[in-house]
Write a protein that binds this ligand. Structure first.
Ligand SMILES: [Zn+2]
Length: 355
């Protein structure tokens, strides 16, 4: 999401909060439930140039959200209960699920003690290559290259582009251009570009990102706690929509089978890497159904309504975003009003607000 649209959304959410419109309309717009999406939970202060900070919230913010959700009358439930809750229709108390993507070690260190303290169930979605120590966290490598390099030159769209990187603003602008260009490429090609950039600037991605992911032993230990669900997130964390159907099926099925083997328990839940509409679409939702996956989540924004009982392999989530660490925003989003407005806009303009 660009800084301008982030600022716009913040203003809109604050307006919903201060106007009280959300509370007034909540009975009509509030969903049956919500699935929160997190990545890193880490107390360290963001650096001046840290585009991936949107993926990071502090433990104290997470704790305040858990408390707020309970105070607002939501039951915090495991994903295993989502189907049943949605099938109950509009009756009963609203529910919330907490999910964390990728299997970062900070989840165990900083998020787990909070969920434990509040007896709140949660799910971690693991790409099996990551737990094997073979994860390519190219988006973090790109950030490290841009932080370290004084300038870079890249052949993009068939022309040579030179990026001066003297200031944090230069680095942000270069990141925006390069990141979204990479996201448009076949992913192996994008990863090769980042690997080449890293090696040109003497950055070894393995040692730079090597110790931030949980191992199978750590995951086994966590999975022994009944509060914890481990879901699948493919093998190699590729945008599935860019792959051929056979590879997509293998990425999904083999990651599930591997988790079941490693943890000696069923794996029924799945998260599509990147999760936006260009990364997971009708074909992926159908394959998830064919594989018998009970719930599968995207990164499309939204609350859960009883109709989602028929769409369990394409569930939207609500991101706890590092740039939105303010309880007012979470409260405003939980009313459902921002989504009602977004859906109306989509209906009339054919476009919504996307991150
Ligand atoms: Zn992911």
């Amino acid at each position: 999401m660009s800084r301008r649209s982030t600022a716009f959304l913040k203003t809109a959410l604050a307006a919903v909060h201060y106007s009280g419109a959300g509370n007034l309309l909540a009975p009509y717009t509030r969903g049956r439930g919500v699935i929160f999406m997190l990545h890193h939970v880490d107390p360290s202060a963001p650096q001046e140039f840290e585009p991936n900070r949107i993926l990071k919230v502090t433990p104290s913010f997470l704790e305040s959200v858990v408390r707020e959700v309970r105070d607002a009358g939501f039951d915090i439930v495991p994903l295993d209960q989502v189907r049943e809750r949605l099938e109950q229709g509009e009756e009963g108390r609203p529910f919330a699920c907490f999910t964390l993507d990728d299997g970062y070690r900070d989840n165990r260190e900083f998020a787990y003690p909070i969920f434990r303290r509040y007896c709140a169930p949660f799910t971690i979605y693991v790409p099996t290559d990551f737990a094997d120590g073979r994860g390519d966290l190219w988006w973090l490598t790109l950030e490290k290259v841009l932080r370290a390099a004084p300038a870079i030159t890249l052949a993009m769209h068939g022309e040579t582009r030179h990026f001066g990187l003297a200031t944090a603003a230069d680095k942000d602008a270069a990141h925006h251009a390069i990141y979204w260009w990479l996201r448009s490429l076949p992913e192996d090609q994008a990863r090769a570009v980042v690997a080449e950039l890293a090696s040109a600037h003497c950055i070894d991605p393995r040692s730079a990102n090597g110790d931030i992911l949980m191992t199978w032993n750590e995951l086994r230990e966590l999975a022994d706690d009944p509060l914890v669900t481990i879901g699948a997130h493919t093998r190699g964390h590729y945008a599935l929509a860019k792959l051929d159907e056979g590879t997509v099926r293998a990425e999904m099925a083999e990651s599930i089978a591997r988790i079941e083997r490693e943890l000696q328990r069923p794996c029924r839940h799945f998260s599509y890497p990147y999760g936006c509409e260009n990364s997971a679409g009708e074909r992926e939702f159908r394959i998830a159904e064919e594989l018998g996956i009970e719930t599968a989540v995207t990164t499309q924004k939204g609350l859960l309504y009883s109709d989602h009982a028929h769409d369990l392999t394409r569930l939207p989530r609500l991101s706890l975003n590092g740039d939105f660490q303010d309880l007012r925003y979470v409260k405003a989003l939980l009313t459902g009003l921002p989504f009602a407005v977004m859906n109306t806009l989509k209906r009339y303009t054919g476009a919504g607000v996307s991150a």
